[in-house]
Design a binder for this molecule. Sequence first.
Ligand SMILES: Nc1ncnc2c1ncn2[C@@H]1O[C@H](COP(=O)(O)OP(=O)(O)OP(=O)(O)O)[C@@H](O)[C@H]1O
Ligand SMILES: O=P(O)(O)OC[C@H]1O[C@](O)(CO)[C@@H](O)[C@@H]1O
Ligand SMILES: [Mg+2]
Length: 485
Amino acid sequence: MSSPKIVNGPGGYILQDVPHLIDYLPDLPTYQNPLKDNPAYSVVKQYFVDTEDTVPEKIIVHKDGPRGIHFRRAGPRQKVYFESDEVHACIVTCGGLCPGLNTVIREIVSSLSHMYGVKRILGIDGGYRGFYAKNTIPLTSKVVNDIHKRGGTILGTSRGGHDTKKIVDSIQERGINQVYIIGGDGTQRGASKIFEEIRKRGLKVAVVGIPKTIDNDIPVIDRSFGFDTAVEEAQRAINAAHVEAESNENGIGFVKLMGRHSGFIAMYATLASRDVDCCLIPESPFYLEGEGGLFEYIEKRLKEHGHMVIVLAEGAGQEMMTKSMESTTLEDASGNKVLKDVGLWLSQSIKDHFKKIKMVMNLKYIDPTYMIRAIPSNAADNVYCTLLAQSAVHGAMAGYTGYTSGLVHGRQTYIPFYRITEKQNSVVITDRMWARLLSSTNQLSFLGPKNISEQKKETHETPSPDSEICNGVVHIPPVTKEITK
Ligand SMILES: Nc1ncnc2c1ncn2[C@@H]1O[C@H](COP(=O)(O)OP(=O)(O)OP(=O)(O)O)[C@@H](O)[C@H]1O
Ligand SMILES: O=P(O)(O)OC[C@H]1O[C@](O)(CO)[C@@H](O)[C@@H]1O
Ligand SMILES: [Mg+2]
């Protein structure tokens, strides 16, 4: 692994910089950025980003506190390290779907063609393995013109199949010199390995990651593109659950949403809806029976209101499920643990409980999990995708490499891969945002004081001042390599 580029400045200023091609190819020539003559840019007062501009990771600071960690600000630079004719770019999408993938593809192609006059852009078919196992797809502005109106990815995606050597061989053989890799935490780990191999071989190839995660589990960045769309789409399921619940005697509308280790979609969908009485996420343990348990809370709510809505993230309550429901495949092709269907299990457990206590109850279970991610991105996400793609392209043209292009406190930045891959982002239940949710739903926390003090120890002893914005980061145990029985 190449060592991190850290620049220290006065007042505790730290720049966690990203690699540059000249770190290992010092004699590369530079060229004037063609944007200088672009009519869209020539009217902008200061259209090139000052190379000294950086963006702070934490925006809330104390008077006497250090200035803290910063990232390089994204945007076009005066000098570029590629001539337009020289660029041969490729784009690949990996991991699960997310609204906005096609918009990012479209905007990378548009930025390269319209801003930098690039003519050779390839799509890699079907994720990482497409580099060595499939044909490529030529991409032009015409080909991608309408794709942002469709869900999914026109390039196809996959899990597994990352073979660093074969991928870099393919890049080298095809003469590709800019690689745009769109995907989640696993994908960014793969991108980092590709960068290291390219650097080792001394190739003039910029490797750029574009973060995508419906679960919002990538750290540092404000949120992933597509997250907003997914939360919005989840409202339709919650509304339906509410209508069903209201119209039945002791009705329970029960909605399962995505979120393997991180309950962000469930949390934001709950906060947005206002119809949810109980939100269950992986980060907040709960129990069913007895005083302070879920069953008691449901009974109470039904007696008070006659109906209720429960939103459950798929990773919640996994540890409680019986061995009898154990799935036969315990991990996917990428090594991610395959979760058991907690929605079916919990809704059945609730039904059994009410049967046992002889109380009438009508539960309607809605599972819209894939529906919220297989749709085109909304207007806000489309704008986000556009700016993200433009920033990614500006960085590669300027010779930066080995970075993820991401939004930090509303600013486009270049983040070194190691900051993206070292941890997963999770809801921190001792932070303000979860407390806001609890006050909004008025649900119990289902936590004893022991659980709360354990969470505090696991995360930050002292909550970060701006933690409610990006929620915080916790260490997730590495994916367990269980043997399939
Ligand atoms: N540690 C790793 N090193 C190299 N490649 C990896 C690593 N982890 C995952 N990958 C590769 O990245 C790709 C996507 O990984 P994964 O299936 O975990 O999805 P993801 O990018 O995390 O997206 P999401 O989880 O949001 O759907 C796969 O092709 C996988 O082989
Ligand atoms: O697409 P697959 O392989 O079914 O995986 C589904 C998983 O992908 C995600 O959408 C993103 O990791 C999870 O929320 C979900 O558990
Ligand atoms: Mg992932």
